[in-house]
Write a protein that binds this ligand. Sequence first.
Ligand SMILES: [Zn+2]
Ligand SMILES: [Zn+2]
Length: 107
Amino acid sequence: MSTPPKKTCRLCRKAKPLELFHRLHGSAALHPFCKPCLGTTVQQRFKERAVKRRVNKKECAQCAQELPLQMFHWLTASGTHHSYCRACHAAYMADRYRRLLAKRRTL
Ligand SMILES: [Zn+2]
Ligand SMILES: [Zn+2]
């Protein structure tokens, strides 16, 4: 009985069939990482690079912290980012809601 040849992936450390490994260009050697692992690492690196490429920052008008743009709500109507960061905006909205409730109670 012969078992199909397997290779241990250097990343996930699992023995996998050889067809799950890319053949290195121009040689009989196989890539040390299996295809699924290679896929995720390549994707991850690509994502990190994509994030780094658009490191646009904005200063919050409330807490004066310089934060990445994803930390600000996008205002579709005005085509700009909110001047408050998400955290400050949430605090502002909560405060406004609380004041509204208090006002309603006094009425
Ligand atoms: Zn692997
Ligand atoms: Zn803020």
